[in-house]
Design a binder for this molecule. Structure first.
Ligand code: B1H
Length: 831
């Protein structure tokens, strides 16, 4: 390890200092030191948690070091900085990723081995921060990884939820939610910054007054005050010195206000107010769609956005530049509409608090923000009831009205005779009780709008934001999602990663396009053998993990057919089940049929209030119970529900998959990112032409992708033409048999009522067109089985999938955002 150059005064001296050195010996010493001085333990009495904490602090020391140097570099160079505003982050376990970024996995393993300890056991102990619901939060985490790896100055802003996404238990086949306890043992990765805190006001009323210069001023006489305190987590780039910042806000009471103004003499009441203040950052809403109408949710959004913008203004003040140039310093990305109140808040801060005039402030605001849309689902498009909005944010409502007035005045000039269009464009939906449409505010208040896959962006511009596309076609861009190959290949699948490095060198870890070099090996029998070996090891590991958890013996040689993602009707886990039940029926009728052994695995959480999704989980487990017990299945069909799907579980699931189920109704899934993670780990995809599947299929080649079903336009036409699912049920005997078995209570101990709501919906409305796609899906699964029978063919397809996934790195996605939306460049941090 070469000695590091260190800038004077900021870091302890010496390349092998116990807080900076990277050799196994230094790491060993530092670990023991932290075990003693932080945990107050010595090896003989240390618990798993003591060891985890000691090792984490050992790694954190090394990060802090680079972190300080990064901040220094940014201060000196004053570069344009990306601020990613997101209500969710799903980073996954930190320890292993940080070891990887620092390049000390092997040295650490060796250091621990010297103490008789196993690194993997320690890694397994980490409780991950579940500060997100699914793809949107995980995308934010992948983007933070890529920003640091590409050496882009960036801050991720969000909420430090005390309770993240719930833990899922399965009881009697049903999902049961228990509260997340990620902070129970403390969090070694965060640094609390009591000095970085901001007041956030809500409620009350406004007063419009003329000041001594004859200027109109607005005073917001708020009703309540909170304080946000920064908690910083370092985000290390892979193989570079850059360590960026994830800054999450925790809500606390603004004590001076509480204790002196309102609660004189009422000490207990004042403390109660303090507790209430903390509820703002208490819990993540566990829905993967909008929770409009929930006051606390609006408070959360405003709270974190206000703290973040105040923080950006504080940083900006240190540059000495005039405020009207705010946008030259910051590019702020709105991760969906959740942080969109930022548009009004920045206007308020600039105009009311800093005295800019409206036009100057508007110019800065529009050039600061850009908006990413992640969904077309009507129920997920955020709109806030006007009375609620007015009650919580009276000043912001005035600002929104003013933005809207100016915007609609322009539009009336453009469309003088089209009041219907003006009403459609308006930021205010006038349908009683009236709503603020957050996607409209984001579209008007930013300089770019992007979708997250090519199809999604096209549909965005032709459906939900069509009127905006008509006026500003150039504002619309596509930025297809990506995933980080560090976590989802190097960490999750070290065996495959080693094989890739052996074949290609290690350049692919930072330049994923280099995987293309595998194409020449796709037919090489020796390479194929090693490929299959690597896959088999991960399958055996997953099987072992699941056996330990639920006593389920799974054959690692069977085809691992996996659907892992949030449970939602549009994602169609129940279409997958109809196939499972069809296979079951076939095997019951022909027990000696020659079908390849298949293990169908499901994983995912249902929103606690989403009854149909919870019923689907129950059905999966009910089918599993019957199928797995039936001797006629003779281990040729097995069904497994993997409980508590989270990032950690995902890392053991993707590498073990042979077949990736990406079967949403076309036009419904904005992008998907699991689809990319599976394919990157050598799974073949069975999927519809939805979201990023379209581009994955193009990239890997149609021969290496199992396509079925209606496309997005056909789905629209099918519905428009008076879709009658019952007719399909009547026509297809296998479909009828599968539905009848479920409806008749075969999987419910004879209770024909249990799954009735699900069956009734399918036969009556079938909003997500399962029955329309059933036959194509089942036939496609038969083609999967045929391909699986020929290992050389299957392996070739798998290798080609990996070889052609380079485009789906989040490094590529981030490079495009930097170039086309943010206009930012790397700022290298020297070692
Ligand atoms: C996605 C969400 C989402 N789209 C509302 N929308 C939420 C909406 O708590 N809320 O209110 C939370 C999440 N999440 C997902 O984003 C898409 O469904 C995926 O297709 C996409 O891959 C992912 C990342 O772009």
């Amino acid at each position: 390890m070469p000695a590091r150059k260190q800038s004077s005064g900021t870091v302890p001296p010496g390349p092998e200092h116990t807080r900076t050195g990277l050799s196994a010996e230094t790491l060993r010493q530092a670990f023991l030191d932290n075990l003693f001085y932080i945990q107050g333990r010595f090896p003989e009495i240390a618990t798993d948690d003591d060891r985890y904490q000691a090792l984490s602090y050992t790694v954190r020391d090394r990060l802090l070091h680079r972190w300080v140097r990064t901040i220094q570099a940014y201060k000196e160079r004053d570069p344009r900085t990306v601020c990613y505003l997101s209500a969710e982050y799903l980073p996954g376990p930190h320890l292993a990723n940080n070891l990887l970024s620092l390049g000390i996995v092997d040295a650490t393993r060796e250091a621990l081995r010297g103490l008789g300890l196993d690194l993997d056991a320690i890694l397994d102990h980490e409780e991950e921060p579940g500060l997100g619901n699914g793809g949107l939060g995980r995308l934010a985490a992948c983007f933070m990884d890529s920003l640091a790896t590409l050496e882009i100055p960036a801050i991720g802003y969000g909420i430090r939820y005390e309770y993240g996404i719930f833990d899922q238990k399965i009881q009697d086949g049903w999902q049961v939610e228990t509260s997340d306890t990620w902070l129970h043992y403390g969090n070694p990765w965060e640094v609390r910054r009591p000095g970085i805190c901001y007041d956030v006001r809500i409620g009350g009323r406004t007063e419009h007054v003329t000041d001594e210069h004859g200027r109109l001023r607005v005073h917001w006489r708020h009703a309540d005050l909170f304080r946000g305190v920064a908690y910083d987590t370092p985000v290390a780039g892979y193989g570079v010195e850059t360590v960026n910042l994830l800054r999450l806000w925790r809500a606390e009471a603004a004590e001076d206000f509480d204790f002196t103004v309102f609660n004189q003499g009422d000490y207990v009441g004042a403390v109660m107010r303090k507790v209430r203040s903390e509820t703002i950052s208490k819990v993540l809403y566990p829905n993967d769609e909008a929770d409009s109408g929930k006051r606390l949710r609006l408070l959360q959004q405003y709270f974190f956005v206000s703290c973040s913008l105040q923080d950006m203004l504080r940083i900006f003040a240190t540059t000495g530049r005039p405020l009207a140039e705010f946008h030259a310093k910051f590019a702020a990305q709105l991760n969906d509409t959740h942080p969109t109140i930022a548009v009004a808040e920045l206007m308020r801060l600039l105009v009311d608090e800093h005295g800019l005039d409206w036009d100057e402030a508007w110019q800065a605001t529009r050039h600061t923000f850009a908006y990413t849309n992640h969904t077309l689902l009507p129920e997920a498009l955020e709109k806030w009831p006007l009375p609620l909005f007015a009650d919580v944010l009276p000043r912001h409502l005035e600002i929104v009205y003013e933005i809207n007035r100016r915007f609609l005045d322009d539009m009336r000039l453009r469309y003088p005779d089209d009041p219907a269009r003006i009403a459609r464009l308006s930021i205010i939906d006038e349908t009683p009780p009236k709503y603020v449409r957050m996607a409209h505010l984001a579209s008007v208040g930013g300089h770019a709008i992007n979708g997250v896959a090519a199809l999604h962006t096209r549909l965005l511009g032709t459906t939900v934001l069509k009127d905006f596309h008509d006026i500003w076609p150039d504002k619309f861009q596509n930025k297809t999602n990506g995933v980080t190959p560090r976590r989802f290949l190097m960490l999750a699948n070290p065996g495959l990663a080693d094989l890739l490095t052996e074949a290609l060198g290690d350049g692919w870890t930072r330049d994923l396009e280099r995987l293309r070099g595998l194409e020449g090996l796709a037919d090489d029998p020796a390479f194929q053998d090693r490929w299959r070996q690597a896959k088999l090891i991960r399958k055996a590991a997953l099987a072992e993990r699941l056996r330990a958890g639920q006593g389920n013996a799974i054959d690692p040689a069977s085809l691992f057919d996996i659907q892992a993602k949030r449970i939602h009707e549009y994602k169609r886990q129940h279409l997958n089940l109809l196939h499972v039940v069809t296979l079951y029926n076939r095997l019951k009728h022909a027990p000696d049929a020659d079908v390849p052994a298949r293990t169908v695995l499901f994983g995912g959480k249902a929103a606690p209030g989403y009854a149909m999704a919870k019923l689907i989980i129950k059905l999966i487990n009910a089918v599993a119970e019957v199928v797995n017990r039936d001797p006629d299945m003779r281990d040729r069909l097995k069904v497994v529900f993997v409980p508590d799907y989270n990032v950690k579980v995902a890392q053991s699931v993707y590498p073990a998959a042979d077949l990736s189920e990406q079967i949403s109704t076309a036009g419904m899934e904005a992008s998907g990112t699991g689809n990319m993670k599976f394919s990157l780990n050598g799974a073949l995809t069975i999927g519809t032409l939805d979201g990023a599947n379209v581009e994955i299929r193009e990239a890997v080649g149609p021969d290496n992708f199992f396509l079925f079903g209606l496309d997005a336009d056909e789905a629209v036409r099918t519905r428009a033409a008076g879709y009658r699912p019952y007719a399909l049920y009547e026509r297809d005997p296998e479909l009828r048999a599968a539905v009848d078995l479920i409806a008749g209570g075969h999987f419910a101990h004879g209770d024909a009522g249990l799954f009735r709501p699900l069956v009734d919906h399918l036969l009556g409305r079938d909003d997500y067109l399962l029955l329309a796609d059933y036959r194509a899906y089942v036939d496609c699964q038969d083609r999967v089985a045929d391909a699986w029978r020929d290992p050389a063919r299957w392996t070739r397809m798998a290798i080609l999938n990996v070889a052609r996934m380079g485009r789906f790195s989040s490094d590529r996605a981030i490079a495009e955002y930097c170039r086309d939306i943010w206009n930012v460049a790397p700022a290298r941090v020297d070692g």
